[in-house]
Design a protein around this ligand. Structure first.
Ligand SMILES: CC(C)(COP(=O)(O)OP(=O)(O)OC[C@H]1O[C@@H](n2cnc3c(N)ncnc32)[C@H](O)[C@@H]1OP(=O)(O)O)[C@@H](O)C(=O)NCCC(=O)NCCS
Length: 175
């Protein structure tokens, strides 16, 4: 898929090195338990590939159209945990911090919403994060996603008492 500035595509082996670099950056991983080692980053890339094989869609590699740089991912993933809103398809994003603040996540995510509803026939998407992740919440808002505080939940992958455990849930319904 293409947008004005981005190409959203399946992953290549050459994406793994820049992906490991951004996953090792504490700024990128501020709202996750910790930055990832190179091995953990590769394992995540393997899980993303497996999701494409199983579901036919996934977290697409995001490449800058102007110079072909791999800058992160924008796409879709089915949460592997169970919660009050699952099964569901999540729209998500993670970009190298050097590219933040230019509207790229929102631009890519708008194309992913179109893909989800028009090409894949999905009827609804969710997105979730720790409420302090204001950049991510802002992308959700710009996509027109809505938030009902009654949907907020404790992430089952995080321990009781972990300050990141509480999550806000945003929804988008294809109308
Ligand atoms: C979340 C993320 C993908 C956003 O990427 P991005 O390309 O910078 O996003 P956009 O430029 O499209 O939008 C960011 C919005 O946040 C706003 N923002 C940035 N910093 C902010 C701050 N400190 N306080 C409030 N708003 C802020 C921007 O102004 C922009 O909103 P605007 O268009 O209304 O001005 C990027 O920050 C990232 O990769 N974060 C780390 C990974 C992550 O947390 N992913 C989400 C997990 S759920």
């Amino acid at each position: 898929m293409r947008t004005d500035r981005l190409i959203l595509r399946r992953w290549r082996h050459s994406d793994r090195e820049p992906f490991a670099r951004l996953n090792a950056d504490p700024r990128v991983m501020e709202f996750f338990p910790q930055p990832l080692s190179a091995g953990e980053s590769d394992a995540l890339a393997d899980r993303i590939e497996a999701h494409f094989e199983e579901r036919g869609f996934g977290l697409y590699a995001a490449e800058l159209g102007e110079d072909g740089s791999f800058i992160g991912y924008v796409g879709l993933a089915a949460p592997r945990f169970s919660a009050h809103f699952t099964p569901a398809v999540e729209i998500g994003w993670r970009l190298d911090a050097a590219y933040w603040g230019r509207g790229l996540a929102t631009e890519g995510a708008r194309e992913i919403v179109r893909h989800a509803f028009e090409d894949l026939g999905l009827t609804a998407l969710v997105s979730f994060t720790a409420p302090a992740n204001v950049r991510s919440v802002r992308v959700m808002e710009k996509l027109g996603m809505t938030h009902d505080p009654a949907d907020d939940f404790d992430h089952p992958g995080l321990a009781d008492g972990d300050p990141l455990r509480r999550h806000v849930l945003y929804r988008l319904v294809n109308s």
